[in-house]
Design a protein around this ligand. Structure first.
Ligand SMILES: [Zn+2]
Length: 533
């Protein structure tokens, strides 16, 4: 007797191979059989005319705090997600300890939303224990930025041996407690202060292991290829898998030129035997803190120190000059223009009317120049401003999506106020709707692979990402012609449509289009070998 039998469906197994007709049987949370399954089952699902795929995997979310909020899981399950990974871009909500704890939490807030006391931040072990039994599976990366900030604050400094040892010990502890790998945020403070040699020294605890390092690179605009070269050096020197997060080329002058070069570098490194992979989100706009329009060296000392500096007229003049002419950092305002930077979350009542408007439009309304307007907003909000910035090119996105080693991600951030980026609700259905059905950039099996087996392989998620006997029974059933993203930039807070059934660990989390409230999601810990699976 099986627990579930899915009959008459079309299997798209996650490998990218051709679809085929078969039944899928589930027992004890695993896939028990694929083919003709004559045994009876407690639940029989007729999937005639539907695709049957592995559950989708988003290895790049910032749901570190969201996992513990009321209602978590709805918008994720509605787009077919059965597994997410948090702690990205160096910004994990655990482990955070020591005197800098509050500074780290303030820094995370525009990305993760407020990290309340119900989120266990002291250790990966405590975090993962608490993240168990949620509507979907949750894994975590050890955020090396969080760990550096907790050990050495946000100062721009060369680290001493003692500080390097402390960071290494914390990384080792987080990995021993189940982190899936280490995430870096080299575009963010305080990790932007690393030299390449320091970075290699800190990461040397991973040397020769199979532990992936995921990286938000130092630059993603004019300097993206140099930033990639740095990470290929890290991969070569330490012999570790390196996964490039949200690969992109920001700024019109970089479109069409930088990504083909970056792809050639990745292809060559892979041909040389390096384990390098990447991912991409399917939108031309990103979203992060507004402070990232500032040069990295301006970001020392945490959000309070940045606010103080922005109040200082002399520092502002200096800053204005650098943003006007600067090519020595990821100068987002310079590369994309103030009209392409929207302030998506503004907390103070006097700023609320401007929420969702571009800096250029807010400046016009306030009778200021855009630079002064942006600085004033940052000061009045003490840096807690989230932006949505239109930075990349559709043709570049398509180039990256087509790579056989590129995963789809959302890079969802979870501010609790204001307008979220529509990718939080719809990144995965958007792949099926826009890039498969409307534009034909990917075939359906390629698209499914980029949302299942490819991300699972990048982070070594054993048992996930493929429909095969013995794999975890995380399964989606849907009409590939009907799945759609419902949110937009103007009206983002809408769940995607079209997932008929979503099984998490063999239990129906969505049954015939209805959320069941099941909490079969487990926290995923790194496993050392297949035997311990
Ligand atoms: Zn990032």
């Amino acid at each position: 007797m099986y627990d579930v039998l899915i009959r008459n469906g079309t299997i798209i197994d996650g490998t990218g191979g051709p679809p085929y007709a078969a039944d899928v049987a589930v027992a004890d949370g695993k896939i028990a059989a694929i083919g003709r399954c004559p045994c009876p089952a407690r639940l029989v699902i007729d999937a005639a005319g539907k695709a049957v795929t592995p559950g989708f995997i988003d290895i790049h979310r910032h749901a570190d705090a969201e996992v513990f909020r009321e209602g978590f899981g709805t918008l994720e399950l509605r787009q077919g997600l059965t597994t997410i990974v948090n702690g990205n871009c160096g910004l994990s909500a655990a482990p955070i300890d020591g005197p800098c704890r509050q500074a780290v939490l303030d820094y995370l807030a525009p990305i993760t939303g407020p990290v309340k006391d119900c989120v266990p931040t002291g250790s990966l072990e405590a975090y993962l224990r608490a993240a168990d039994h949620r509507p979907l599976h949750t894994g975590m990366l050890a955020g090396a930025g969080t760990i550096r900030a907790a050990a050495a604050g946000y100062a721009c400094q060369a680290l001493d041996q003692g500080q390097i040892r402390t960071i290494q010990r914390e990384l080792e502890r987080a990995l021993a407690e189940g982190a899936l790998g280490v995430s870096l945020g080299l575009g963010y403070a305080p990790e932007c202060f690393y030299t390449t040699e320091e970075l290699i020294a800190v990461l040397s605890v991973l040397r020769g292991t199979d532990l992936p390092v995921t990286v938000h690179m130092r630059e993603e605009g004019d300097g993206v290829c140099e930033a990639l070269a740095e990470m290929l050096t890290v991969a070569r020197r330490l012999r570790v898998p390196v996964h490039i997060s949200h690969l992109k080329a920001m700024g019109r002058r970089n479109w069409g030129g930088k990504i083909p070069r970056a792809v050639a570098m990745l292809d060559r490194a892979r041909a040389d035997g390096l384990d390098v992979t990447c991912d991409v989100y399917p939108y031309t706009a990103g979203s992060t803190q507004l402070i990232h329009i500032l040069p990295p060296d301006f970001l020392t000392g945490g959000t309070r120190a940045i606010t103080e500096r922005l109040r200082d007229p002399a520092r502002r003049r200096e800053l204005a000059e650098r943003i006007q002419s600067g090519r020595d950092f990821d100068n987002i305002a310079g590369m994309v223009g103030w009209e392409n930077i929207l302030c998506s979350t503004l907390g103070r009542p006097e700023n609320r009317p401007f929420q969702g408007m571009s800096v250029a439009d807010i400046a016009r309304a306030q009778g200021k120049d855009p630079f002064t307007c942006a600085c004033d907003l940052l000061v009045s909000e003490e840096c807690a401003v989230t932006m949505i910035d239109f930075i990349t090119d559709e043709a570049d996105i398509a180039r990256i999506l087509r790579l056989p080693y590129s995963a789809v991600i959302s890079d969802s951030t979870y501010p609790t106020a204001g307008k979220r980026h529509p990718r939080v609700y719809g990144a995965f259905p958007r792949i099926l709707e826009k890039y498969v059905r409307q534009e034909g950039i990917l075939t359906l099996p390629e698209a499914v692979a980029s949302m299942t087996a490819i991300p699972a392989d990048a982070l070594r998620l054993r048992g996930k990402g493929r429909l095969a006997v013995g794999m975890d029974a995380d399964i989606n059933i849907f009409d590939p012609a009907a799945v759609r993203e419902a949110g937009t930039y103007a009206d983002p807070h809408r769940c995607a449509e079209g997932m008929d059934w979503v099984l998490v660990g063999g239990e129906a989390a969505i049954a015939a289009g209805v959320l069941t409230g099941a909490r079969a999601g487990r926290s995923i810990r790194r496993q050392r070998s297949a035997a311990s699976d």
